[in-house]
Write a protein that binds this ligand. Structure first.
Ligand SMILES: *Cc1c(COP(=O)(O)O)cnc(C)c1O
Length: 229
């Protein structure tokens, strides 16, 4: 586990240096969905600081078990989020990467208000316009974010995307470029409670390209934990 994490750290540093970025501006989200608590504990003990989960029920059970032995860890929700689970997402997660509609944003706001929290979120963008994927289409993103900016108890920290799958990372580059360009457009609008500090993009197969195009959060599962069953 330790050597896997070290190798990834190395690759993140190299990718950052290849384009003149500060490696410290990129954070690793260790995607631990489907992984047992023992493996997550090991990754934490080996230096992982942020974990990404995709299923609320599974995540709650694991976080409850791990909360006493993984202090200072941050949990990020990266999966599809149903509105009726918003309450739990707000309770358990520091950052929610996958907000893509106003109804969900409003429910997150309502639940955050109840526990006196400002919930940090990213807006998920479906850059490839794939029917199978969540995310707002690029053309609707500015309107959605403008609406969200008017809701209390939410803080929009940036954008997230899961681009179409290709075996060749270079083919994914244009989708990362689009996400960054959209973030620039949004930033210029100067919306309240909206700051494009984070670009969540890049997974095991393509994170180096994502870093070259501006990723600040890379979500890596397989390269850390091995294949999921
Ligand atoms: C599973 C998942 C990942 C991790 O993918 P790997 O290819 O295993 O690195 C990243 N992001 C999201 C949204 C995921 O669901």
């Amino acid at each position: 586990m330790k050597s896997r994490l070290e190798k990834i750290d190395d690759r993140i540093k190299k990718a950052a240096c290849s384009c003149g970025r500060d490696p410290g501006s990129i954070r690793l989200v260790a995607v631990s969905k489907t992984m047992p608590v023992g493996k997550i504990q090991k990754a934490f003990d080996s230096g992982a600081l942020i974990f990404g989960e995709s299923y609320i029920q599974e995540a709650m059970e694991k976080i409850n078990v791990l909360s006493s032995t993984t202090k200072s860890v941050a949990w990020h929700f990266i999966g599809r989020l149903q509105t009726n689970k918003a309450k739990y997402a707000v309770k358990y997660f520091d950052l929610i990467h996958s907000v893509d509609n106003l109804k969900l944003a409003k429910e997150l706001s309502k639940q955050a208000k109840k526990i006196d929290k400002i919930q940090k979120i990213l807006v998920q963008v479906n850059t490839g316009e794939e029917i199978s994927k969540s995310g707002v289409y690029e053309k609707g993103a500015v309107d959605l974010i403008t609406s969200i900016s008017q809701i209390e108890n939410l803080s929009v920290k940036g954008l997230m995307t899961i681009p179409p799958f290709y075996n060749e990372p270079e083919k994914v580059r244009p989708f990362f470029v689009s996400l960054r360009s959209l973030a620039d457009t949004v930033e210029k609008k100067n919306l309240s409670n909206v700051h494009m500090d984070e670009l969540s993009m890049g997974m095991t197969g393509d994170f180096e390209v994502a870093i070259q195009e501006g990723a600040t959060l890379v979500r890596i599962g397989t390269a850390i934990f091995g294949n999921r069953n």
